[in-house]
Design a protein around this ligand. Structure first.
Ligand SMILES: [Mn+2]
Length: 421
């Protein structure tokens, strides 16, 4: 007995030791460093939220390179190096609270310094570099409410920098870091997998709970209960539980309507686990049985979704996928009722930055076709008016094709009806 206990204790430890040897955050800073020439610098700031803000969500680029999930920190990466004490360092994390950085794994090029040091270092650096990649998440639009003049803080800062340092080019770090972020590591894929499994459990719970007269927020609660119960402390985005005509509102998240017999319910939801989101949509009949008209549309959307998913492989472009879906709906005669994008990248952001249009192994994307029939649409067939259907899966691009991470969320008509019985 004792032996077994020791072995099972060692297994997770071995895994942990391995991952700490190659700390992902540190490896990413090294990678960024290797992409810079000596005249370029990257500066990323943490989000500065007020302490009473509901949920703190870090700037994703800053998080990607540091793993730090708290405000008032800055990361600076310079390939030329900055003299700190007797040594030149390439990557410096400026902190306000030592607790935020005490567990950070530092490589030989890394160091930490107090935030107060940033200004002096920065002002020495700016006159001698030619390019600054930056992400400053707090620089937003500010309205002067007296004169109604709008200030884009980003533009104001750029203009001021141009006067001070005419040779310095400022560029958002989004593309630069986004290119790295679009290919997920094994650990990132595991987090997305976990977020996805939790979301699937939530959707199944909601399917079991659904019956006429249930409120949209009750279904939301059933789904988000699974998130919290399983340690996904945040949602990737506000849960969309749209019943009846609310099906037709793409980003509906009030979730305050009481369902009626005969409704379809679009549930577009995603848990966030260790910073990583999932994103799945299922459409179910509140009564547990699809009507014939609902079945007709549902089957079309499902067929198109399956057709497009089957195409996924490295080398294929996102535009080809999009075109295939449009063509498939065109063949069926319903192209004009598919009114949104087919696919997006998922990661730290539920709509992750997609730096490249071509699929590569390690990318995670959604495929989410839908058809929507407004009661006011004069051209729409009468029997379809007043409902919409969307089906969305989250998919990992692999070496040879793809893996549907959300495959355990029922989507066949018979499967859903059986589960809801
Ligand atoms: Mn989506």
């Amino acid at each position: 007995m004792r032996k077994i206990a020791i072995i099972t204790m060692l297994l997770p430890l071995a895994g942990w030791a391995q991952s700490s040897l190659t700390d992902e955050f540190q490896a990413r800073r090294e990678k960024v460093l290797s992409m810079l020439d000596t005249s370029q610098v990257v500066v990323l700031k943490a989000i500065n939220a007020s302490p009473l803000a509901n949920e703190y969500i870090q700037d994703h680029n800053f998080f990607y390179l540091t793993g730090i999930n708290s405000p008032a920190n800055t990361l600076l990466i310079s390939s030329k190096g900055i003299k700190v004490g007797a040594k030149y360092r390439n990557s410096i994390i400026f902190y306000s609270d030592l607790d935020d950085v005490k567990n950070i794994k530092l490589g030989q090029n890394d160091t930490i310094l107090q935030s107060a040091e940033l200004r002096a270092i920065f002002s020495k650096l700016l006159p001698v570099i030619s390019k600054l990649y930056y992400s400053a998440p707090d620089l937003v639009l500010v309205n002067d409410w007296l004169t109604d003049k709008a200030y884009f803080m980003d533009r104001e800062m750029k203009n001021r920098m141009k006067t001070l340092f005419p040779n310095l080019k400022l560029e958002s770090a989004d593309y630069f870091i986004g290119k790295l972020r679009s290919i997920k590591s094994e650990q990132e894929i595991n987090y997305i997998r976990k977020a996805t499994n939790i979301t699937v459990d939530g959707l199944i719970a909601a399917m079991r709970l659904a019956k006429p007269k249930v409120w949209e927020y009750e279904l939301q609660a059933a789904i988000e209960y699974e998130y919290t119960r399983q340690g996904a402390m945040l949602r990737g985005f506000p849960s969309i539980i749209g019943s009846g005509l609310n099906n037709l509102i793409l980003h509906y998240s009030d979730n305050t309507r009481q369902t009626q017999n005969g409704d379809l319910i679009v549930m577009d939801v995603g848990a966030k686990y260790k910073g990583y989101s999932s994103d799945i949509t299922r459409t179910i009949p509140v009564s547990g049985r699809f009507t014939d008209a609902q079945k007709e549309i549902y089957s079309m959307v499902l067929q198109v979704q399956k057709e497009v998913i089957a195409m996924i492989k490295p080398g294929l472009s996102k535009d080809e996928l999009e075109k295939a879906a449009r063509n498939a709906f065109k063949r069926l005669g319903y192209e004009s009722y598919f009114i949104h994008g087919l696919s997006h990248s998922v990661g730290l952001d539920v709509h992750d930055f997609m730096a490249e249009r071509v699929l590569r192994p390690g990318m995670v994307i959604t495929i989410e076709p839908g058809l929507y029939f407004s009661p006011n649409d004069k051209a729409a067939p009468e029997r379809f008016k007043g409902f919409g259907v969307r089906i969305e899966d989250i998919i990992l691009v692999t070496e040879n094709g793809y893996e549907i991470l959300s495959k355990n969320a029922p989507k066949e008509i018979e499967e859903i009806e059986r589960l809801m019985k």
